[in-house]
Design a protein around this ligand. Structure first.
Ligand code: FAD
Ligand code: THG
Length: 779
């Protein structure tokens, strides 16, 4: 069986790698159509200098890069010269320590080196400017054109066809499914079309009616005349403090720059010659970069440029690729905004996904369908992509404010602003981090500079008062789906029995074909055939829509509705006089749902709590939002009600041991490893003994609070990594969740967490740390 008929658009490095990976898995009916000549097509791959730095904060991107290095090395398309990232500021040196940590977490060996060692590896560096460097011996140079040729020839031997000078001008579809593509002179039938068109992605997307949210931008690359001391074999260098990178081309030095103003490119201004991805050089925008290059490498003084151009490639709103099948047109896939660095790994992951129905790599950060509608707006993509260009080498804190603000606000926003909310952003939503109207805690410990950024001791007050009194949390950004149809539909999709009486809520999992955790959701049964499902974002909507048989309705009701979490020991006393719903402990139990009124507001109340306290999530339509807030706020005054933000929320969540999907666990983890076996019915999936476990650590208090992705060491070796961490104000300790081998996931085991240049002592603890018998939730 040759598999389905596949057409790949584009014979750049991604299209060639995908043809190789698909044919290697037995899908041999593959046709690759390329508008340019083979294999110097004129796309980005034809002009990429091919530097591969594997270290990345994202585990997925790091693993794609590792695969790329291993594959291209084995195919003779990689030159393992090693890499050196240099620091000229103390902030950068600290950042290199953090990057060293990512390497430890993702199994990419590296070492921190002093200025003399930097100069020993790359003698032309002015070592008096350096504070240190990060050396990754397995990094190096991918020979991009050769990698295209070698992978294409292997795919060709297995039956793939590569056709150059064939421009796709139409995507043909029938009943919402792709059925072929048309070039100037021919129609090709296809069951599956994969767009590997690089920065032309949006144009191919337009042919298919599929938004492809990337922005082509130009980036300057130059090559000097001969420089004494430059020779092949020198490590590749990054000088992130000045947005530069360097490689040797024989005795010439190649210099790439991100220092200039971002230069978005419109597809109709591309040169009509054989090199559309090569725009004319703009010398004035390179001046600063040239001086910065001379400062680092004084031997460049007086040298001239032999070649220079502005090369075009893709940027996205969040810096991640666009991989997956369109939800609008079945059978139409994309693999775009992928660097040479990630090309083979991304192609491998996508081929697994296409052939096996799932990838061994967690792809949620890269999924084409990860965006909400607002995040697809061309203006949004453009603004965020431009910021990503400018910040490509910057030291970016996870909570730094993004380029686009106030895109989505909940109806509570004016009240939150009146209370001095300090907002963060998530999926386009404004979310309070904490409220300036609450006093800072005088018990709060000082924090290290990094974890103390975008943090306030007010969060501690909010966390403590949630446990002592009662607090309001904005739950509007939580994605909520309405499902109308027989319960069998949801029951078949989930890991436990959701066929419970009307009025029940079930916490359950969506598992992928191999049993990996694709999501964790709450299913509230509002009526016999009507459900409200709390999910983790647009990918879950997609999953349900794909599975829904005719007659089952699945709708995202997040927009147009809103919700508040009212949690704390006083929650029941506060709401009881306001509502016609009987909220007494026997009438409205933990994990039940009721509908009724709160004041004059029609509400759906779910008795559950991600922060581990008595209380409810209270949902209503958006137009009632202010009235809902005001009703609770007025009634809450005598109970000392406060508004509380995301910082307190995360701290309370970790005290209670509740996992966050996408952070703590993904499709790479099974429920038993993730500590979620309780949410799996044995008849749906038998329990297995975990080889590794998501583990709770108590971290010795030094003021350092990890942020996630830090390595965990035992016996001197990296053995796992941190997922989530926060200071737990009730348990009075830093809490970190981490993946560890089962043998180490035993309470009392001592480990260390790598944080910048420090090692933090940590001890495995029994979980949950807070209220292990759920007494507070159930009273
Ligand atoms: P491309 O190589 O652009 O291939 C897409 C192909 O699709 C093209 O050949 C195009 O002709 C074809 N196509 C488009 N439309 C159609 C159509 N309608 N019909 C048929 N065919 C079509 N990455 C790194 O990892 N490291 C680096 O050091 C690095 N440096 C770079 C420096 C420069 C100056 C540039 C420009 C890029 C750099 N990149 C680097 C980025 C990297 O080059 C790209 O991300 C990568 O090459 C993209 O590969 P691709 O196969 O997706 O796209
Ligand atoms: N609220 C609602 N839906 C949601 C979330 C939410 N869906 C997505 C995400 N958040 C799901 N995450 C959790 C995590 C833990 C719990 C609820 C949602 C939880 N767990 C209890 C426990 O682990 O002890 C209950 C388990 C049980 O009784 O089965 O409460 O925040 N609406």
């Amino acid at each position: 069986m040759p598999g389905p008929k596949v057409v790949i658009i584009g014979a750049g490095i991604v299209g060639c790698a995908l043809a190789d990976e698909l044919t290697g898995r037995g899908w041999t009916d593959v046709t690759v159509l390329e508008q340019g000549p083979l294999f110097v097509t004129g796309g980005s791959s034809s002009h990429a200098p091919g530097l591969v730095f594997q270290t990345n904060p994202s585990r997925t991107l790091a693993r794609m890069a590792r695969y790329t290095v291993e594959k291209y090395s084995s195919l003779g398309c990689f030159s393992t010269v090693g890499s050196l990232e240099v620091a000229t500021t103390p902030e950068r040196l600290a950042e290199l320590h953090r990057r060293f940590g990512y390497g430890q977490s993702w199994e990419i060996s590296s070492s921190l080196v002093d200025p003399a060692e930097c100069a020993a590896m790359f003698p032309l560096l002015d070592k008096s400017r350096l504070l240190g460097g990060l050396h990754v011996p397995t990094d190096g140079l991918a020979l991009a054109i050769k990698a295209c040729e070698v992978q294409a020839s292997r795919a060709g031997e297995r039956g793939a066809r590569f056709i150059g000078n064939s421009r796709v001008i139409e995507i043909v579809s029938r009943k919402g499914r792709v059925s072929g593509v048309r070039t100037d002179d021919q129609l090709y039938d296809a069951d599956i079309v994969v767009s590997c068109a690089g920065f032309w992605g949006p144009a191919i997307g337009a042919l298919a009616g599929v938004p492809v949210p990337l922005l082509p931008m130009a980036h300057q690359y130059v090559r000097t005349t001969g420089v004494a001391g430059v020779a092949d074999g020198l490590p590749i260098v990054r000088h992130q403090d000045r947005d530069l990178y360097f490689r040797a081309h024989g005795d010439r030095l190649g210099i790439g720059s991100y220092l200039h103003e971002p230069m978005p490119v419109s597809l109709d201004e591309l040169p009509g010659d054989a090199h559309p991805s090569k725009l004319p050089y703009t010398p004035e925008t390179f001046k600063q970069s040239w001086s910065a290059a001379i400062e680092l490498i004084p031997a460049l003084r007086g040298k001239t440029l032999e070649e220079a151009f502005n090369g075009v490639f893709s940027f996205t709103a969040d810096g991640f690729p666009l991989i997956g099948e369109s939800r609008d047109l079945r059978g139409f896939w994309t693999a775009e905004a992928i660097w040479v660095t990630h090309s083979a790994g991304a192609a491998m992951a996508l081929a697994e996904w296409m052939v096996d129905g799932r990838s061994s790599l967690d792809l949620h950060e890269c999924d084409l369908n990860r965006f909400d509608a607002a995040q697809l707006a061309p203006g949004y993509v453009r603004k965020r992509a431009i910021r990503n260009f400018a910040e490509v080498y910057d030291i970016v804190h996870p909570l730094d404010p993004p380029a686009v603000r106030n895109l989505r606000v909940s109806p509570f926003h004016p009240r939150q602003a009146e209370l001095g909310a300090v907002f963060g952003e998530a999926a386009g939503w404004e979310r309070p981090l904490w409220y300036a109207s609450n006093p800072p805690s005088d018990e709060a410990r000082p924090r290290d500079e990094w974890s103390g950024r975008h943090w306030s001791p007010i969060a501690e007050t909010e966390a403590r008062l949630t446990r002592r009194r009662v607090a309001l949390y904005d739950m509007s950004p939580l994605t909520r789906l309405e499902v109308i149809g027989p319960v069998g539909f949801l029951n078949a999709l989930t890991s436990s029995n959701v066929d419970r009486p009307v009025g029940s809520v079930v916490y359950t999992l969506l598992l992928d074909p191999a049993g990996g955790v694709a999501s964790d959701v709450t299913v509230a049964r509002l009526a016999e055939d009507r459900f409200q499902v709390g999910v983790n974002g647009p990918l879950d909507l997609d999953r349900l829509l794909r599975a829904a048989p005719p007659g089952v309705v699945v709708r995202d009701v997040t927009g147009g509705t809103c919700g508040l979490g009212l949690w704390g020991p006083a929650a029941r006393e506060l709401v009881a006089p306001l509502t016609d719903i009987d909220v007494s402990p026997d009438a409205f139990k933990y994990f039940q749902v009721r509908r009724g009124y709160l004041g004059m507001v029609p509400v759906t109340m779910l008795r559950l709590s991600y922060v581990g306290e008595l209380g409810w999530e209270i949902y209503t339509e958006a137009e009632y939002g202010l009235r809902l807030w005001d009703t609770l706020w007025a009634a809450g005054q005598e109970y000392g009600l406060i508004a509380a933000g995301r910082a307190a929320f995360t701290s309370l969540r970790l005290e209670k041991g509740y996992r966050a999907w996408g952070v703590d666990m993904t499709t790479e983890d099974d429920p038993f490893q993730a500590g979620l076996g309780f949410a799996v019915s044995p008849d749906k999936r038998p329990a297995t003994a975990p080889d590794r476990r998501l583990t709770c650590l108590l971290v010795a208090d030094t003021g350092d609070v990890p942020m996630g992705s830090e390595p965990v060491y035992a016996g001197g070796f990296a053995v796992g990594h941190v997922t989530s961490a926060a200071y737990g104000h009730t348990v009075e300790s830093v809490i970190a969740y981490a993946w560890l081998p089962s043998a180490l996931a035993v309470p009392g085991t001592q480990v260390e967490i790598g944080y910048f240049d420090r090692r933090l002592l940590a001890t495995v603890a029994a979980e949950p740390l807070f209220d292990p018998k759920h007494e507070r939730l159930r009273r």
